[in-house]
Ligand binder design. Structure first.
Ligand SMILES: [Fe+2]
Length: 390
């Protein structure tokens, strides 16, 4: 069962003027199409302990899969508590050095990208050159209310240095087993962050595909740009959630301008919303066409985002320079960035001692077994300067 968002659908439609009926219909029909897809359920394993073949098949076909209740209630509560603590330490406004209590604000002395802000209900990326122009069209920007702030937190990059709960989620054994199934046992990190989409304020992210580096590589395939896990703290709906075009990860780089022109509006007819309850974790192929509309509804969405790559997609590759400055990722660079995997597994083991931890093969070969201590997290400061951006 999912939350009833009828009021949000009405509120959302009302922002779109003459298109209100079309928007209402799109949201409702999208929900129906989404829930008819056979790509959701708990993490399941075969008799050898590998991810069940049905899951891999559905993920391969549709480009996304929803692992229901992958995060326990206790884990979701930990995330909620961390989000509350982080929010209290956000700058009082964009660029401010202190939080509401006068403390140095979160990220104030970081070198790497941390908290990003956006104008309420805007589409800050659409139609711009940001991220090498991947957001090809600008989405409709609803008019926020007079009481809306000038800007609102939108994205927190490098989240694992700020939130122990996010770090523990990153070490989830079932999800890491899925990372292994898709990218091989020597999979590598990519980038982590929190998407923050406040009710009535959250900005849009225009239609795009995430990958950058390997589109013209003759050896590339649908998994060449890796995937993201998207853990839902409060759930995800047709109004506040990411929409995807199922199967589009197999179609190479898409001409989104043309697709929108052919559709006659930004409401791509084959797209579906990713509908989740709190605790669900989505795996989303980065080559899948996806985007989200401004959150004009009454439910806030916060997504705990963390991705992984195939080693062959990053080793000795010059990065795209989107998430961090471009660098060539040699063995040592990847090993240093991958330290966070072992740390996350250790942090998780301390919080959930009865769980069988994931065994990360590149660490196992080095006989690397860590015992978590809370001062370890400080060593992650600015770790995202080394994101494996491709
Ligand atoms: Fe994306």
């Amino acid at each position: 069962m999912f939350q009833d968002i009828s009021d949000s659908i009405e509120a959302c439609a009302a922002f779109y003027g003459d298109d209100a009926d079309a928007v209402r219909r799109y949201l409702i029909q999208g929900q129906q199409r989404a829930l008819a897809l056979p790509n959701r359920g708990p993490i399941r394993f075969d008799k050898d302990g590998a991810i069940h073949g049905d899951i891999l098949k559905a993920y391969g076909t549709h480009g996304f899969y929803i692992f229901e209740q992958a995060l326990s209630e206790a884990e979701v509560k930990d995330l909620e508590n961390d989000l509350e603590r982080l929010r209290e330490n956000f700058p009082t406004e964009m660029g401010a050095p202190t939080d509401a209590q006068g403390r140095p604000a979160l990220g104030a002395d970081n070198k790497a990208m941390t908290l990003q802000w956006a104008k309420p209900l805007s589409d800050p990326l659409g139609g711009t050159a940001i991220a090498n122009g991947r957001h090809q069209v600008k989405l409709f920007e609803p008019q926020p209310g007079d009481d809306a702030p000038q800007a609102t937190p939108f994205y927190l990059a490098g989240s694992l240095q700020f939130s122990l709960a996010c770090l523990r989620a990153y070490g989830h054994p079932g999800l890491l087993k899925m990372a292994e199934a898709i990218n091989g046992e020597d999979f590598t990190p990519f980038h982590e962050g929190l998407f923050i989409k406040y009710a009535g304020l959250g900005a849009a992210v225009s239609w795009h595909q995430d990958g950058d580096t390997h589109w013209d590589n003759p050896d590339s395939d649908e998994d060449s740009h890796g995937f993201n896990f998207m853990g839902q703290v409060y759930g995800s709906t047709a109004v506040n959630g990411v929409w995807v075009v199922p199967g589009s990860h197999k179609r190479g780089r898409l001409d989104i301008v043309k697709m929108v022109a052919e559709a006659g509006s930004e409401r791509l007819p084959d797209a579906v919303p990713i509908i989740c309850n709190p605790g669900d974790v989505v795996i989303n192929n980065r080559q899948l066409l996806h985007g989200s509309f401004a959150n004009t509804g009454f439910e806030t969405r916060v997504t705990v985002n963390f991705g992984f790559h195939r080693r062959a997609s990053v080793l000795n590759v010059l990065g795209a320079g989107i998430h961090a400055d471009a660098a060539t990722f040699d063995e040592d660079f990847i090993a240093e960035r991958s330290r966070v995997i072992g740390m996350a597994i250790a942090a998780r083991q301390q919080r959930f001692p009865d769980e069988v931890p994931y065994n990360y093969a590149p660490d196992a070969k080095a006989q690397n077994s860590l015992v978590w201590s809370d001062d370890m997290q400080a060593s992650l400061k600015d770790y995202n300067l080394m994101d494996l951006s491709i």
